[in-house]
Design a protein around this ligand. Sequence first.
Ligand code: PLP
Length: 426
Amino acid sequence: QRSPRPLSDLAPDELDELLASTREDYEALRTKGLALDVTRGKPSAAQLDLSDALLRLPSTTTDRSGTDVRNYGGLAGLVEIREIFAELLGVDVPQLVAGGSSSLTLMRECLVDLLLFGGVDSPRPWKDEESITFVCPVPGYDRHFALLEELGISMVTVPMREDGPDAAAVAALVADDPGVKGMWLVPTYANPTGAVCSQEVAAELAAMPTAAPDFKIFWDNAYAVHHLGPDEAKSADLLGLAAASGHPHRPVMFASTSKITYAGAGVAFMASSTEQVAWYLEHLGKGSIGPDKVNHLRHAELFGDAEGVRAHMREHAAIIAPKFAEVERVLGERLGGLGVARWNSPTGGYFVSLDVVPGTASRVVELAKGVGVALTPAGASFPYGRDPQDENIRLAPTMPPLDEVREAMEVVATCVLLAAVEHATV
Ligand code: PLP
C-alpha cells in the first residue's frame, strides 16, 4: 500500500527510485499491446441505441397543423420540437429556431452572416472592421477556436472558473476596444472543465459595457440537459438577463440533440432576440427552402414533451456516469496526494479536464501514445492549439466501454507520474 507523499517532499534518491519503478510500470504497459482512444466526446453505441425508435418514426407525415412535413417550407423549424426545447432551454418558442443536425454549422452561419452583412445592431459588416477579436475562456472547445482561426478572427483568452469565465477580465477586454466583437461560452457543463456559469456571472456578462455596439455572446449550451446525476445544474438565463440590461441582441444561444439522440442525425437549435432570429432567417432563406421537418417530427414523437427529454437523459446518465466515476477513482487512487495533477469531477457534460505538472502535458500525451492510448493533443483546448503552461489534457470517457476507460486511466496515471518525475529529476 502506497502512502502518498507529494513529489516535492521526496529526497533526490527517493525520486530516482520512483523514476526507476515508474519506468518499469510504463514498460510493462508497452507489452500489453493496448489500442485505446479517449480523445473525442462521442456517445457510445449503447447511448445511440437509446434513440433507435427514431428509425421507425415519424408515425405520420403531417404535423399537428396538418402540414405535410415531407415538403418544403417552415424555415424556423417544426413548432412541436421547438416547443419542447424552448422549455428546456428557457426561451420563448418564437425566439427558437430548429435547423439541421449540427449546432456548429449554425454557429458558423451566424459568424459568416455577421462578417458579410453585420448584425441587427452593427454599424457595418464585420469584414469591414480593421480587426475582429473574440474573447475565449480557456480551457475551451477546440472547434470554436478552429472556426475563428479559419475566419481570420483573433482570439484573446480569459480563465474559465468553476462559476464561468472571469467576468472582470472579460469586462476589461471589451470595455475600450470596439474590435472586440464577441466571446464564446459553453455555460453549462463546459467543454472541457465541466464548469457551470452562474446566474451572477451571466448577469455581469449581460450588463457589461462594451465598446462594440454589436458585441455577441455565443452561448453554446451544448450540454444544457446532460446531467450525470441528481445534482442538476440549471442554465443561467442569459437571454432574459441581456434583455433586462438593455442588450437584447447580445446573446446568440446554440444547442443540439447530438448527444441526446444521434450525433450527426439530431436537431440543432439557435435562439436569440426575435429581431436577431428574423435576421438569421432572412439570410438562411437565401440558402434553404426549409429544414428537415421529418427529422424534427420524429424527434418530437420520440420525446413527447420536455419531461420525455429529461427521462431520456437519465438513461444516458445511467450508461456514462459509471465511466466518469471510474476516471475519478483511478486518478484518485493512483495520483491523489502526489501533487502531480488536478482534475475536475463534473456533474454533467462529456469531459474531464486534467491539469498535470506545468510543462509536461505534451510529454504525457506522447508517453500514452507510446503504449497505445490516444489522448487529445495537449493544447487542443486553447486557441491556436497552444497551452502556454503545457499542463491541460482533456479526457473524454463516454465512448469506450467501462473496462477500456479503466485501462486508459491506468495508463494516463502512469504517464502523468512518469512525466512529473522526469521533470523533477532533470
Ligand atoms: N458545442 C460543444 C461545446 C461541443 O462540445 C460540441 C461537440 O463536442 C458541439 C458544440 C458540436 O455540436 P453539434 O454536433 O451540434 O454540431
